[in-house]
Ligand binder design. Structure first.
Ligand code: FAD
Length: 352
C-alpha cells in the first residue's frame, strides 16, 4: 500500500488518518509543527458547537453524515441541546426560512420555525423585545473538540515538532515534504494545515481571528441551554465548563450579553481567560475538498470556515475514501478545489 503523508494534526488531518486506518491503509504519517496534540491548532480553540442548520445542501449533508459518527462514538461528547437562531428583522427570518427549506429537503425535518413566544420558552434567559421569531433544531448542540481530536489520534502515527517548509514536486506530482527535521517522502499527500493551508498548493484559505470571552464561573445558566444566536449580528452564547462563553464576530460581546440576557447583568467577564483562534476562511465560506488543482496526488481537506470540528467526521471519511479509491459516502463535487477558477463558488447567506 502507498504511503500517505498528512500535513497537520488538527481535527481534519487526524480524521483523515483515522478513517484511512479504518479503510485498511497501514502506512500513514501525520506531521505537525506543534509539540503536543492540539497545541497551536484551531481545534483546541473551538467552542464545540455542532449544527446541521446550514443554508446549503452540502453543509447540511456534511453535518448529517458527521452526526452519524458522533452518535456512534460517545467519547466525542455529542449532546443534542439544540441551536436556537433568533431574528430581529423580517429579512433575517426570511433567510432562516429559506435555509430551513433546504434543511427539510435534506431530511432535517426536526428543524422548525418558531415565534418570539416559543423562543423565550426554549431559552427563558433571553429578554429581548426586538426578537420577532427564529429557528430551532433540537438535534443540534455540542461536541467536545479536544475529545474528538483525541479519539481520532488514537493509533495514528504523528510526528510532532516538524514544521513543513515546502513541497518537493516533479511535474504534477508531489514527491516529498520538506520539514525542519528532514525530508519525508510519500506517494499521496494531504493538506490539512487549517488556517495555514495556503502555503501548500496555493489553497485560497485565509486565517480570520475570532475571540471568545468567558464569564467567571457561574450557575446563572444551565449547561443544557441551547446554543443561542442572534442571527442579525452573530452574537451568540453557550455554557461550557461552568462558564458562559460569549462571542460576537465584530464587536465586544459583553454589552450585548448584559442587554439581552438579564441574568448575566451582574456576572463578571473573565478577560484574563479570554482566548482567540483562527477560522480557516475560504472565499465562499465552504470547505475545499478533493484533489488539489496543481498536484494530482495532493488532497485537500481545507477551508471549513469555522465549522471544521463538526464537519471533520464527514470530511475526514470522504477524503480517506478518495485516497483509497473507494466510492465516497457523499457527493462533495460542490466543494471541488477547482470551483473558484471555474466561477462556480457557492452562493448562499452564512447563518453564522
Ligand atoms: C474561537 C473559535 C471557535 C470555534 N468554534 C467552532 C465550533 O463551535 N464548531 C466547529 O465545528 N468549529 C469551530 N471552530 C472552527 C474549528 O476550530 C476549525 O474549523 C477546525 O479546528 C479546523 O481544523 P483543522 O484540522 O483544519 O485545523 P487546525 O486544528 O488548526 O489544525 C491544523 C494543524 O496544522 C498544523 N500546521 C499548520 N501549518 C503547518 C506547517 N507549516 N508545518 C507543520 N504543521 C503545520 C498546525 O500546527 C495545526 O495543528 C472554531 C474556531 C475558533 C477559532
Amino acid at each position: 500500500m502507498s504511503r500517505v503523508v498528512i500535513i497537520g494534526a488538527g481535527v481534519m488531518g487526524l480524521s483523515v488518518a483515522a478513517h484511512l486506518h479504518e479503510l485498511g491503509a497501514d502506512d500513514v504519517v501525520v506531521v505537525d509543527r506543534a509539540r503536543a496534540l492540539g497545541e497551536g491548532s484551531s481545534t483546541s480553540r473551538a467552542t464545540g458547537g455542532f449544527r446541521a442548520q446550514f443554508a446549503t445542501e452540502i453543509n447540511v449533508r456534511l453535518s448529517l453524515l458527521a452526526r452519524e459518527e458522533l452518535r456512534a462514538r460517545a467519547e466525542m461528547g455529542y449532546r443534542p441541546c439544540g441551536y436556537l437562531f433568533l431574528a430581529r428583522e423580517e429579512a433575517t427570518l426570511d433567510v432562516l426560512r429559506a435555509a430551513q427549506r433546504v434543511q427539510h429537503a435534506c431530511g432535517l425535518t426536526e428543524a422548525r420555525m418558531i415565534d418570539a413566544r416559543e423562543a423565550r420558552e426554549i431559552n427563558p434567559a433571553i429578554d429581548d423585545p426586538l426578537v420577532i421569531g427564529g429557528a430551532f433544531c433540537p438535534t443540534d448542540g455540542f461536541i467536545t473538540p479536544m475529545d474528538v481530536l483525541r479519539a481520532y489520534a488514537h493509533g495514528v502515527r504523528i510526528q510532532f515538532e516538524s514544521e513543513v517548509t515546502g513541497l518537493r514536486t516533479s511535474g504534477e506530482r508531489v514527491t516529498a515534504i520538506e520539514t525542519t527535521r528532514g525530508l519525508i517522502e510519500g506517494d499521496l499527500f494531504v493538506n490539512a494545515a487549517g488556517a495555514w493551508a495556503r502555503q501548500f498548493g496555493g489553497v485560497p484559505v485565509e486565517p480570520v481571528e475570532r475571540h471568545v470571552l468567558p464569564t467567571v464561573a457561574t450557575a446563572a445558566l444551565p449547561d443544557t441551554m441551547p446554543m443561542t444566536i442572534w442571527a442579525d449580528d452573530g452574537f451568540h452564547l453557550r455554557v461550557r465548563d461552568g462558564r458562559v462563553l460569549l462571542l460576537a464576530p465584530d464587536a465586544d460581546p459583553e454589552a450585548r450579553a448584559r442587554q439581552r440576557v438579564p441574568c448575566l447583568k451582574e456576572i463578571a467577564v473573565d478577560r484574563a481567560n479570554a482566548w482567540s483562534g483562527f477560522y480557516e476562511m475560504s472565499p465562499d465560506h465552504h470547505a475545499i475538498v478533493g484533489r488539489s488543482m496543481p498536484f494530482v496526488n495532493l488532497f485537500l481537506a481545507n477551508g471549513s470556515s469555522g465549522h471544521g470540528v463538526m464537519h471533520a467526521p464527514a470530511i475526514g471519511r470522504i477524503v480517506a475514501e478518495m485516497i483509497v479509491g473507494a466510492p465516497t459516502s457523499l457527493d462533495v463535487s460542490a466543494l471541488r478545489p477547482s470551483r473558484f477558477a471555474e466561477g462556480c463558488a457557492i452562493e448562499a447567506p452564512a447563518l453564522l
